[in-house]
Design a protein around this ligand. Sequence first.
Ligand SMILES: *Cc1c(COP(=O)(O)O)cnc(C)c1O
Length: 464
Amino acid sequence: MSLRYVSTRGTAPVLDFRGVVLAGLAADGGLYVPESWPALTPAEFVALRGARYQEVALRVLTPFVGDTLERATLARLIEEAYSTFTHPAVAPLRQIAADEWLLELFHGPTLAFKDIALQLLGRLMDHFLAQARTRLVIVGATSGDTGSAAIAACRDRAAIEIFILHPKGRVSDVQRRQMTTVAAANVHNLAVDGTFDDCQALVKRLFADRAFAQRYNLGAVNSINWARIVAQAVYYVTAALALGAPERSITFAVPTGNFGNVYAGYCAHRIGLPIQRLVVATNRNDILARVFATGEYRPAGVVPTSSPSMDIQVASNFERLLFEFHDRDGARVAASMNSLAQSGSFVLDSARRARAEAIFAAAATDEEATLATIRAVADTAGIVVDPHTAVGIAAGRRVKGTGAGPLVHLATAHPAKFPDAVRRALGRVPEPPPAIAALAGQPERYDTIANDIGALTEYVRTHV
Ligand SMILES: *Cc1c(COP(=O)(O)O)cnc(C)c1O
């Protein structure tokens, strides 16, 4: 028997794990979630104490995967995914103050936490595609981090061809090199003469061409894929176990953009991990802080900040939480989403907000406070954190106050990925790790195309 997945809007076909890995978005526009939550008992958590990260991943993923993969196959894919990490613990904890820790999620190939989910997702997709004797053409737009993590995850996978569009001259040097120095025949980098929004609009138009999308079997690797969520739930478990769970209950501070990472924490909570509080940390793009404070979900214009991977005003994964708070009634979720599309907002009533407050707390941090936090952590702990992580630390410290129990800050990127912000905070840049230093002087491969759907269509057609 396999766990089944339903859409948050209630009308798309019910799928198994294999189906949701390959489907991405549900046919009714919703997101897939498990039909029921598998749970671990306290004794089962205790039994995982001291286990390797990969073993905990196998235990957490197994009920979600069901019988769509042999146990040995799942174990092998997990081993391969995390063998690309440079730290043996995969996601190590580092103490920064009394009862405060950093959970370092940036030891993967592109030095940001997206590697943890994408290294596994790329392998899962490739496996299921090979089984079905089909191929997938992934097309995506990136403003920086996601593209490099997706390329690192899909490079050299036999059943996948990947095209990533970036705005020419508008991504950082390190971000561009992380994408364009990958020498793999199935990786195609496109520099578009335009902005990130232009890139995204081109990708949307390509997917909207149904005939083209079906003929080439177009797919996406964005953060709405369920496998990404469950892969991220694992490090909440390893961190909590190391700090005394299940006897102790932990608070996690999570820098948030698309609500994917913090929803993974909610997933860990639903499978039985005792979590005191999930702190939803935003930068000035504070839609999530506002929805928890006022109940109104209303996207505003995006402002650029020093934590660009969180410069987002559409928190897609929030829909998954909405589904829970509406007692899994897809029609109610669909009504909220219609309201959002038509009048630009929807409202969470006070009963549902009260349920949210039992586990979540939210706080926004401005630029000045973000830089001040980088300075404070460097001064007191001698550790340099990246601006995304700093947004999380600022919120975690503010929300938690003097409450009891450990506070874990999710460190989502290596500081060397964001040298400008670090220089502004500390007056010096962080030492680049070997993965970044090695990029210099390597040949880059990319083609430049016009901001034109005809040019993109033609490019994909001739390169598949
Ligand atoms: C993507 C990203 C985030 C935001 O994660 P979500 O899952 O979208 O909330 C935070 N920090 C970094 C460094 C990222 O790349």
